[in-house]
Design a protein. Sequence first.
Length: 605
Amino acid sequence: MYSQDQIEELRRLQEADGTWRFCFEGAPMTDCLMIITMRMLDVQGEELIEKLTKRLAALQGKNGAWSLYEDERGNLSATVLAYTALLVSGRYKLSDDNIRQAEVYIQTQGGLARTHFMTKFVLAVIGQYPYPKLSVPTPLFLLPSFAPMSMYSLSNYARIHLVPMVICLNKRFIIPQDIDMSHLLLGEAFWFKQERNVSSNLIQQGKRLALYPKKLHDKGFQEAERFMLNRLEDNGTLYSYATSTFYMIYALLALGYKPDAPVIVKAMQGLVSYLFHTEKGLHLQNSPSEVWDTALLSYSLQEAGVPSHDPMIRAANAYLVHKQHNKMGDWSIRAPRAIPGGWGFSDSNTFVPDNDDTSVVLRALKGEEMYEKVWQRGLSWLLEMQNKDGGWGAFEKGADNEWLTMLPLDNAEDAIIDNSTPDVTGRVLEFFGNYAGLHQGHSIVKRGVTCLERLQRQDGSWYGRWGICYIYGTWAAVTGLRAVGVPASDSRLQRAAVWLESIQHSDGGFGESCRSSEKKRFVPLSFSTPSQTAWGVDALLAIKGCNAESVQRGIHFLRHREKWTERAKSYPTGLGLPGQFYIRYYSYNYIFPLLALAHYDKNNS
């Protein structure tokens, strides 16, 4: 049982507006970009730069590298960005020991050319890495949404970053900084992976577009500018993401905007609002997680027996209702029949609803008569977002053209499209079955079940795109299938249970390394984490029931919170981009153990 003391702790942590505001701690990339951008704009803010550099320097490992998770020996792109930011800040120089140690690590890993293409982009903007010789024809921005090379063929997160990048690349935009990193450019500079047949054909098509008249290219730049400005949130950020906002600032400067232009000033103010004081110092969140955390906690607390009329739940749900979207965002291009009704991830997000947030909010609001119209709008939107293959992606439907993953870009298979994933599909099905009364007989559910069957791996697991990783995906798929009526005896579920029990630790917990997302296979972690244990236990509970030894051992781990180590509580179990961006959701140490224990108590009563 989740103790009353822990529920009261959550009550104390709730903000006056009904939210829970935990840090969305990602990679140090955002801190680096903030330092670099402030220097580019010549913004006065030495106290802020001091705080950011202090935390950034403290994160460096003994081997001179910066790592994104504990069992990573170093991350080249993160190290290059941190190295660059510390030098640009003016608080460190080449002769400093930590800078020299970082240089040694960078050189042993192959230098700047081996970094991620998004790191190369930042280096190019400050004159430390050459732009590629190839330009991207701007008439691409004028293509209709149904064209195979339209920017709407890409995932929304790829689109919102690539548009400003293309502007800077084509303009060869540079604001030089007073540093020299040429000694770290070892060998030939390159940007893209080895071209394959599909990407070569795309490049040939691009060359044809490049022959269009200059006026058409100018219109392309104007369309790219309009695209960005029409997607600004009220706080000045682009799509509510810090990274895309930084890129937009660079693109606007490339288009001739002055550093003190109102749109740039407001964007910087929006970024400042994302700062969070962590135990290790000041960190810039890429996109705060207020809606996600608040919805998950409201839903989990209600599962644990806190009534919906409790002031804590009332305040949380009133906030969530206020955050329902009412704009026709980019998602409507491929879902024209859908009426706005979804929810986004952060407080500032009004353009980008997603299927996962929407299904969680609807769980939290279920049964509240005063919110019935809000709930029905959300359900209708979610039903319309199903892909042709029966599954659900994160943000949009139909952005799943597999051939685009052949583009010669790092992480193309992870970020360039928004295809159906087991974790989102499973969670949507779990919502349908347990909260919307939709089961296997419903055509939409039937197609979702078929999608999950197709995505299951031979070992019985499923890959989770937005969490670490196979434990996360398997939990979501299993609980989704069970909720819509797939019996526990089903061979797919039995295979999943065998796999889960095979990876359970001797302490009853579960632990999986972030490397799983990079290797695309399960990589164990030497210790158990609270959230991954909760996922594993909840999945086994759904298949094997309360009395299974594996369930009992997992529940024992979750109940003894005093035994959770700090390394276990701080290990990142959220995923943004494999190899580049992992997330420490500090809220997860409350949410998922609470949920698993609540489900256990319900099944054991």
